[in-house]
Design a protein around this ligand. Structure first.
Ligand code: JDE
Length: 222
């Protein structure tokens, strides 16, 4: 998969996605990540990328011309352009699954109070939000979305990790609790049933725990 990111803070994307699984996905050619510094398209000697909002109000708005200059050479008829912003539609696992079937994603990272709406109207396919809070920087949100999408590409996860993908996706519930050795630690014992070897009972216990956790922490999922 080809992923392009347009941002004022390239290292906010390249550093986290250079580590661990995402780093290996790049080394193995499963992910081709190109990060473009919007500043290079800034206007004039000062490389201006933002300006005050028409109509007044606080903060700055990303100007349309530098964004268009960065975006235009990257776009083809097979690319999908995404803008990360708190104003977007919520990003969920099903979006990660859908986007993992695309061949080319281009991320525009919002910043300040926003992006000139004419870029959104003319160039952006989807506005996505990773959650109901405000970040200083859409690049952090882009790194989150790229990680969630790329881990679903065939060959990125090992067999062990692939299997555990089921838990959130298929049941729609939160995962059950997990335990490993030692069977007793600081007077706390692993639930007996997990040591019993009775597979049917273990499956039933885990399903019950998943339901109860979901009821407690995320009733909206039920
Ligand atoms: C993405 N969930 C949250 C922030 C922003 C006041 C101050 C800042 C138009 O683009 C943006 C992007 C961002 C950074 O991304 C997020 C985010 N998913 O915060 C602002 C808006 N209002 C604007």
């Amino acid at each position: 998969m080809q992923v392009d990111v347009i941002t004022l803070f390239p290292e906010v994307v390249t550093v986290p996605l250079g580590a661990s699984m995402m780093g290996r996905a790049q080394e193995r050619g499963l992910l081709t990540l190109r990060v473009h510094n919007l500043r290079e398209q800034g206007i004039g000697k000062c490389r201006q990328v933002d300006d005050q909002p028409f109509g007044g109000g606080p903060g700055m708005v990303l100007k349309p011309e530098p964004l268009f200059s960065a975006l235009d050479p990257l776009r083809t008829d097979r690319s999908r352009v995404l803008l990360l912003t708190p104003q977007g539609r919520s990003f969920h696992q099903r979006d990660a699954e859908r986007l993992s079937r695309e061949e080319h994603l281009i991320f525009i990272c919002g910043h300040y109070e926003g992006v000139d709406q004419r870029i959104v109207d003319s160039c952006v396919d989807e506005e996505l939000s990773i959650g109901d809070y405000v970040l200083t920087n859409g690049a952090i949100a882009a790194a989150v979305v790229i990680d969630a999408v790329v881990r679903l590409l065939p060959g990125v996860l090992g067999d062990d990790e692939s299997a555990s993908q089921e838990s959130f996706g298929a049941s729609g519930l939160l995962d059950h609790p997990h335990y490993t050795r030692p069977a007793e630690w600081r007077d706390m014992k692993v639930p007996k049933i997990l040591l019993s070897g009775d597979h049917a009972k273990i499956v039933a216990w885990r399903a019950e725990q998943a339901r109860e956790r979901t009821r407690q922490n995320r009733p909206d999922l039920l």
